[in-house]
Design a protein. Structure first.
Length: 329
């Protein structure tokens, strides 16, 4: 049992002058490079969990570590300001920092269309009313980040996503809760994809992937060639064509996938409601310098003509959550 688990708030506070010595959230602004003036928020817990939230990139999550060990990939692109790209073609890739979470949508996911670029504009939208709320709940200290992100176009959509990220002093887990509201006076087809990414050293040939899958479809001929081994993780390849697989999980309130590496002794579990997010995409990208595994729950599959989606009536809302849990194995 960790040293802090059984301590009361009164006992713990006798040892510290400021609880941020143990856990908390700290916001700052980047002062160099292509992300100059971008807000970041660092979250740390006493259980060894740390992650970086990007308020100016849709409150997505960049770096994530557990007991000092990196969990998420950071791409060669790094953190850039959202205005450095536009929502067309493959411009998305110029700003794809990867990180633990890149949210895709909210009216388009997948390859570019005549209106939207790859995966839509969401991950390049700035958060409004970003706030940090920290408070004691009995003998645990809650850390909560909130903000709203608006995707709006004159003569077109007006969609708001309210995001809440919650963890606590004693926790090695956190929850992301999103409420999407159609604020236009017309019906809107909502597309949403949680692009959850894993990188080295959690991701290596020693990694085991466990999916709650009942059916699997390869996206194309490249993926079909690797279908028999789609759960195997390769070492970095000099030449690697991405392999994408479309899964349909069982319909469960507590659907779960797991990425574990017994060599480093760490696992990440992600739990979500597959009755709300019925589609799951797997992205195998095992190239040198571009070494990533993506496991992506969503409202649809990112295809040329996206499968799925959700129709929201005027002023109607949809709420869903992802729960991430990191542990030793």
């Amino acid at each position: 049992m960790s040293w802090f688990k059984n301590m009361t708030a009164k006992e713990l506070l006798q040892y510290v002058g400021d609880i941020k010595q143990i856990a908390g959230a700290t916001s700052s602004i980047l002062n160099d490079g292509p992300g100059f003036n971008s807000r970041i928020c660092e979250v740390n817990t006493a259980a060894g969990l740390s992650f970086t939230v990007l308020p100016d990139r849709g409150m997505d999550i960049s770096a994530c570590r557990y007991k000092g060990i990196p969990i998420a990939p950071i791409s060669k692109v790094g953190i850039r300001n959202p205005e450095s790209v536009n929502n067309s073609g493959y411009e998305f890739l110029k700003n794809f920092h990867c990180g633990l979470l890149t949210t895709c949508g909210l009216t388009h996911i997948g390859p570019p269309s005549t209106i939207n670029g790859l995966h839509g504009p969401f991950s390049n939208l700035r958060t409004e009313n970003f706030s940090i709320n920290e408070f004691w709940d009995d003998d645990d200290y809650i850390i909560q980040l909130k903000g709203k992100i608006r995707q709006a176009v004159f003569f077109s959509e007006n969609i708001q996503l309210q995001r809440t990220i919650t963890t606590s002093l004693k926790s090695s887990s956190f929850t992301i809760t999103d409420t999407i509201t159609n604020q236009a006076f017309r019906h809107e087809n909502i597309q949403l994809l949680y692009h959850i990414n894993f990188g080295y050293p959690l991701l290596s040939p020693d990694t085991t992937i466990k999916l709650p899958t009942v059916t699997t479809l390869p996206r194309d001929e490249v993926a079909d060639k690797g279908l028999a081994h789609f759960l195997d993780v390769l070492p970095p390849q000099a030449i690697f064509d991405e392999q994408v697989y479309f899964h349909r999980p069982k319909s469960e309130k507590k659907c779960r996938f797991r990425v574990e590496n017994k060599t480093i002794g760490i696992a990440l579990d992600c739990q979500y409601d597959s009755t709300e997010l019925p589609y799951l995409t797997q992205w195998n990208q095992f190239g040198q310098n571009e070494y990533v595994l993506g496991i992506e729950p969503g409202l649809g599959w990112p295809m040329n003509k996206p499968e799925g989606g959700l129709i929201l009536a005027p002023l109607e809302s949809f709420t869903t959550s992802l729960h991430f849990d990191l542990s030793n194995i």
